[in-house]
Design a protein around this ligand. Sequence first.
Ligand SMILES: N[C@@H](CCC(=O)N[C@@H](CS)C(=O)NCC(=O)O)C(=O)O
Length: 195
Amino acid sequence: MKLYYAPHTCSLSPLIVLKELDLPHALIKVDNQTKRTADGRDFRDINPKGYVAALELDNGEVLAEGVAIVQYLADLKPEAKLAPPPGSWQRVRLQETLNFITSEIHAGVAPLFNQALPEAAQAIFRERLLRRMSALQHHKHVMGDAFTIADAYLYTVLGWFAFFEISLEQWPAVAAWHKRVAERPSVQAALMAHN
Ligand SMILES: N[C@@H](CCC(=O)N[C@@H](CS)C(=O)NCC(=O)O)C(=O)O
């Protein structure tokens, strides 16, 4: 498998999952400005949507969309229990959470990266994001006691909050969880490689 990635982006999430599962993979860096891959190709020929993450399987299929990629990877090694079995009610709950992370938190923080947005618009997006954050219910991990793919994804997107001086300390349970997840060997290995 090949993971197409760009530093400081959401491709960190599937990389954490690859490390967590100890699955063999190659990493191909993408320049998100020029859309060129490190090996000299036009990334839009690989993922026509032009954004990371994209996972190329050994049969040549390319899978995009972070929540699809992490679920695909988790299902390759069900014994690792990074996701409950497909079809189970717990899996539906996980999908509910992954969708919340992608559509409310990931897509909620994305406009803050847009420097062309006027300050008033930035403030509206920021306020909406903070409101969504208050809906996060934190236990030991996102889905309860055990680390799952939802932790890998949420850890990744909350890592961007520091760019906008949004302190996680205003949600103490979230801040404590974020520090715990950062200490996982898979996360450390992914952070080292994702540059
Ligand atoms: N819906 C996609 C969004 C992926 C996405 O936002 N990728 C960003 C980095 S986090 C990107 O590569 N943006 C570059 C671009 O849109 O040109 C997903 O959830 O995987």
